[in-house]
Design a binder for this molecule. Structure first.
Ligand code: SPD
Length: 342
């Protein structure tokens, strides 16, 4: 087991198997882009730097065919290729620095608060005094930053598959990666699926799955066996919140997730959503589920983190009113999801 310690906090690299590394391209790499951190711009076919609209990033993916949100690029700050994906950071004109994986925006400095705060506080404000929390994915550290707000939390484990995401976030997004500095955090670099299988049954009060989209390294995190492993890792009445895509673009994926979760989680199963201007369709959803045990009413939070005066960094987005409102769905989504969620 190797160990690294970049910020005086305990950071461990586990010996959990790391799988699904990307196959090397036939040219032996992406036009010579090294596997290590680099600040030399080298715009690959996956970077999203538009060959037709000079100076702009366009987010093109088969997951949102026929549309591509674009941001004006001031400067490419980093481009590299990890074992799993292309990693890019650029300075945008209007959203601050932007983190891109395989051509897909993961966060911008301007609107990351909406996603990180909602994916964290929706589950954690729904249960009393969470103590042990696991993050799958989330290598930028933003979800850790939000979990660290809870004084009841004693242990925060994170399993991120791609160590380059962690390194790049620490270098370019210190206000996000600050989450890694909390002494309660243990970082495991490895495969989340394998990590969960090795976890003792009933370990966690909450699991947060902060994944990228289900094309690439995150694919298995949207499948039924993964949800079964999450349920096993939770205590009775424990909660999970997973990134669950857009009601405008991915209703088929969402319906599949809901159907799987209803079979696996015997407590509550609810879909919530928030606005994130730089995500496809301007919104993203979350699947919230609880295991059999003490009842969890996700729609009515039991704790108001927004009224906790001890917070050193004020919340930018989440509040208790938004919490309950996040579960209100447009009629078309209510019909599709409501019939499957309880
Ligand atoms: N379509 C992009 C979805 C990205 C969700 N994960 C973002 C990670 C931020 N912590």
């Amino acid at each position: 087991m190797a160990a690294e310690n970049n910020n005086n906090n305990v950071v461990q690299v586990s010996d959990f198997p790391v799988k699904r590394p990307r196959e090397e391209e036939q040219d032996g790499g992406q036009n010579g882009v090294p596997d290590t951190l680099s600040t030399q711009p080298n715009h690959s076919q996956h970077s999203g730097i538009s060959p037709v609209l000079p100076g702009w990033f366009s987010e093109i993916s088969p997951m949102w065919p026929g549309e591509a949100h674009s941001l004006k690029v001031e400067k490419v700050l980093f481009e590299g290729k990890s074992d799993y994906q292309n990693v890019m950071v650029f300075q945008s004109s209007t959203y601050g620095k932007v983190l891109v994986l395989d051509g897909v925006i993961q966060l911008t400095e301007r609107d990351e608060c909406a996603y990180q705060e909602m994916i964290t506080h929706l589950p954690l404000c729904s249960i009393p005094k969470p103590k042990k929390v696991l993050v799958i994915g989330g290598g930028d550290g933003g979800v850790l930053r939000e979990i660290a707000r809870y004084s009841s939390v004693e242990k925060i484990d994170i399993c991120e598959i791609d160590k380059m995401v962690v390194e790049v976030s620490k270098q370019f997004f210190p206000d996000v990666a600050v989450g890694f500095e909390d002494p309660r955090v243990t970082l495991n670099i490895g495969d989340g699926v394998a990590f969960l299988k090795a976890v003792e049954e009933g370990t966690y009060d909450a699991v947060i799955v902060d994944s990228s989209d289900p094309i690439g390294p995150a694919q298995e995190l949207f499948e039924k066996p993964f949800f079964a492993s999450v349920a096993r890792a939770l205590r009775p009445g424990g909660v999970v919140c997973t990134q669950a895509e857009s009601i405008w673009l991915h209703m088929d994926i969402i319906e599949g997730i809901v159907a799987n979760c209803r079979q696996i989680f015997k407590g509550s199963v609810n879909y919530a959503w928030t606005t994130v201007p730089t995500y496809p369709s301007g919104m993203i959803g979350f699947m919230l589920c609880s295991t059999e045990g003490p009842t969890v009413d996700f729609l009515n939070p039991v704790y108001s983190i927004d009224e906790d005066d001890s917070q050193t960094r004020p919340l930018k987005f989440y509040n208790s009113e938004l919490h309950s409102a996040a579960f209100c769905l447009p009629s078309f989504a209510k019909r599709a999801i409501g019939s499957k969620a309880k």
